[in-house]
Design a protein around this ligand. Sequence first.
Ligand code: GAP
Length: 456
Amino acid sequence: MEKIVSLCKRRGFVFPGSEIYGGLANSYEYGPVGVELKRNIQDEWWNVFVRRRSDMVGLDSSIILHPKTWEASGHVTGLVDAMVECRKCHTRTRADHLIEDYFKKKDEKISVEGKSDGDLDAIINENKIKCPTCGSFDWTPVRKFNLLFETHVGIVPEAQSKVYLRGETAQGIFVSFKNIVDSTRVALPFGVGQMGKSFRNEITKGNFIFRTLEFEQAEIEYFFNPEAVDWRKLFEVWKNDLWKFVTENLGVKKTHLRWREHGDEERSFYSARTEDLEYEFPFGFKELWGLAYRTDYDLKRHMQYSGIDLSYTDPVTGKKFLPHAIEPAVGINRLMAMVLLDSYTEDGDRIFLKLPPRLAPYKAAVFPLLKNKPELVEKARGIYEELKKDFMVVWDDRGNIGKRYYAQDEIGTPFCITVDFDTLEKGDVTVRDRDTATQERVPIDRLKEYIASRLK
Ligand code: GAP
């Protein structure tokens, strides 16, 4: 993980949040190549799950929704973590993470899922677990805190003006469900996909971009008639789709992935069944993608709280009912952490990111062999400008060729194109492959075709 964190900073993928002010825990900035990688992952998700499917539509709802939304959804009372605070240094931490880390260091396993506040207190006290920051053993009792960020609409912070930054994108889908059904030709079963920022007041530090205060969530609510569709079968179909996306579209090794079903104590308040697709991060197998069968919980609650009829009318039978929903929910930042970790490769002295070319920030880098030969620079510049019309390419004329290869390898650029003196005579260039470090000559007029074919 340290290697990835350092590479990300060195090369402009991810910077610590607000660094010049001493940093802000659990926040990060996505640098010039990081934003490209993140966008490519977002595009891949949107294309696969929304654009290329005929049973899906997209949505972009508000970050600030009517506050009743979060009362109806149950998040105001249900999106809570158990916290303790060190009385000496005022470090606040999640009680379950404190306990898990303590036992992990001793190489012992413990399950804290579903434990009451009193049980967590007892484990901390029996084991005299010390504060990871100052080493004291002086904790406040465990208490619950809500993860929703609160803010106010308008200039006077009164109780009536209180709103929340959304804790998940999903609620926007339920809130707009009626408008989507009324304005489009969707018929069950169909899904609504949405991607955008969600916010949670996470207090546990560390693990890089795995858990952050704000994150790009990509969620789908797949609505169906529970009398016409067996939810268990549909759940399996979604499991396959998610697995395929991670292994084929994102190119992640199957051996680093597994499914894990939530027990009764762990499952969220809204779910009748949840399975997590987990990735083996350096800090253990952890949730990457949650798949939950939310039943008609959300539509029913919003119907109660809003007083608006959210039922669906079957176009054939005319029967009215509340559809059920299966929800695949993932954080794009978590996908990005996984992709970086999974593609990081060391081969002798060489370090490279073996990213699927489609995801790479730059598809190709263009270099003149020598920076001080105007005829090489002019030719290379022309190729760069031409390729830029179709692909994300980068220009590099710093240092020597070896250093340029090194820099491009570290950001995962699949092809490095060098214009040399032979180019001027023969009209071809050297294309060096990131993964094999082999080189071949490719005619300039075939370069676009060459790159396009390798991006498929
Ligand atoms: N709508 C259901 C929902 O939000 P969740 O398991 O709390 O369920 C879904 O979140 C996904 O969102 C997680 O699997 C994870 O990928 C991502 N996620 C949740 N909290 C996150 C955080 N603080 N930072 C980054 N990603 C997060």
